[in-house]
Design a protein around this ligand. Structure first.
Ligand code: PLP
Length: 404
């Protein structure tokens, strides 16, 4: 195991106090804190290298381009993609999913065609497809789940028919913590000749992801959830698919030649990267991926699973506790409600104890409806959280519960 106290020193913000109490940051599913090396790498690039990338002949532009493209190689390695042509920089998971929905929808979907999503999707993976629905008259088919928060794979199989064009499913639920058996789900889809987009927003920060082993066709994640900066994310796509998709946005960077009569597009991955990319954020992201890789994704996962198990054990002892999400395969997210205490009251009072959790529908309103709740309190863990912080959470929840 890595030395957690040493690791915490890499994250200056963890040392601060809120309301005179030590910060207990348990809102990692929303965004994680940044290690010093990420911020320093970005500051260094702004101070010493900054220049627009790709077309510059001058020294700084070439150096900035090298850093940007080296970052792409770091992402390739992190995901074990075959080639950097398969790594598209976006603004985040949301943009990655929208890119696929929009371009795949445009090229391969007609009225009456179907996309399979699940009951536990984030709005990013619902609304993107509803936009295609509005444009092209496609249908969304929804994989149901059981009361523990596990997808029903038998029902999933039954959803396939001659109109199924794509499956778009989350790897890990941002509300329930369920780790979906995406490898198996991809096999099923491929047996029907259907490609799969995996929403990896909540898996990439917590486990080793190998896109070739998964055999997913697309994989999306956000930089800010994996210890990198905000405003950058990744879309992995198999070259064979990306090649066949039309561009997403038009502009500089994504073209070959332009005339008023005819324009040709750049090759992969630039075809999907119109405009000046956030080349400083890509450096920050690469530094973050190096950071977590050095700690070891397997060790991070083992540590966070231990925190999750312990949190579930501690919270279950509290009277009137309802845990939402009891899947066998459970990752670093714990959603709960206590008696009829409103999630917002619980979150607000925990905040006064220095404990940052998230409350509300977590951008998953259809899932809330399935669970029969308006919202939940969500504690989510990162590589730097400690058992003592889980104790603080459990004690805080007990204290709030007694007040009601
Ligand atoms: N998908 C899931 C499962 C998420 O948890 C999130 C963010 O919480 C997103 C998509 C959207 O990520 P972003 O807002 O970084 O684009």
């Amino acid at each position: 195991m890595y030395d957690i106290e040493e690791v915490r020193k890499d994250f200056p913000i963890l040392g601060r106090e809120v309301y005179g109490r030590p910060l207990v940051y348990l809102d990692n599913a929303a965004t994680v804190q940044k290690p010093r090396c990420v911020v320093e790498a970005m500051a260094d690039e702004y101070y010493n290298v900054n220049a627009n990338v790709h077309r510059g002949v001058h020294f700084l532009s070439q150096q900035a381009t090298e850093l940007h493209e080296a970052a792409r190689e770091t992402v390739r390695r992190f995901l074990n993609a075959r080639s950097t042509a398969e790594v598209v920089f976006t603004r985040g998971t949301t943009e990655s999913i929208n890119l696929v929905a929009s371009c795949f929808g445009e090229a391969f979907m007609r009225e009456g065609d179907e996309v399979i999503v699940s009951e536990m999707e984030h709005h990013a993976n619902i609304v993107s497809w509803q936009l295609v629905q509005a444009r092209k008259g496609i249908r969304l088919r929804v994989i149901p789940m059981n009361d523990r928060g596990e997808l029903l794979l038998d029902e999933y199989e039954k959803l396939f028919n001659g109109r199924t064009r794509i499956v778009s499913v989350t790897h890990v639920s941002n509300v329930l913590g369920t780790v979906n058996p995406v490898r198996r789900m991809i096999e099923t889809a491929h047996a029907h000749g259907v490609p799969v987009l995996v929403d990896g927003a909540q898996s990439a920060p917590h486990m080793a992801v190998d896109v070739q082993a998964l055999d997913c066709d697309f994989f999306a994640f956000s930089g800010h959830k994996v210890y990198g900066p905000t405003g950058i994310g990744v879309l992995y796509g198999k070259e064979s698919w990306l090649d066949r998709l039309p561009p997403y946005m038009g502009g500089g960077e994504m073209i070959g030649h332009v005339s008023f009569d005819h324009t040709t597009f750049a090759g992969l991955p630039l075809k999907f990267e119109a405009g000046t990319p956030d080349y400083v954020a890509s450096t920050g992201l690469a530094r973050a991926l190096d950071y977590v890789s050095r700690l070891g994704m397997d060790r991070i996962q083992a540590h966070e699973r231990e925190l999750t198990r312990y949190a579930l054990k501690r919270l279950r002892r509290i009277p009137d506790m309802r845990i939402l999400g009891e899947a066998e395969e459970h990752d670093a997210v714990v959603s709960f409600l206590v008696g009829n205490i409103h999630h917002l009251d619980m979150g607000t009072l925990l905040d006064r104890l220095g404990i940052a959790v998230r409350t509300g529908h977590h951008c998953a309103e259809p899932l809330m409806r399935r669970l029969g709740v308006e919202g939940t309190v969500r504690a989510s863990f990162g590589l730097y959280n400690t058992m003592a912080e889980v104790d603080a959470l459990a004690e805080g929840v007990e204290r709030v519960a007694k007040m009601f």
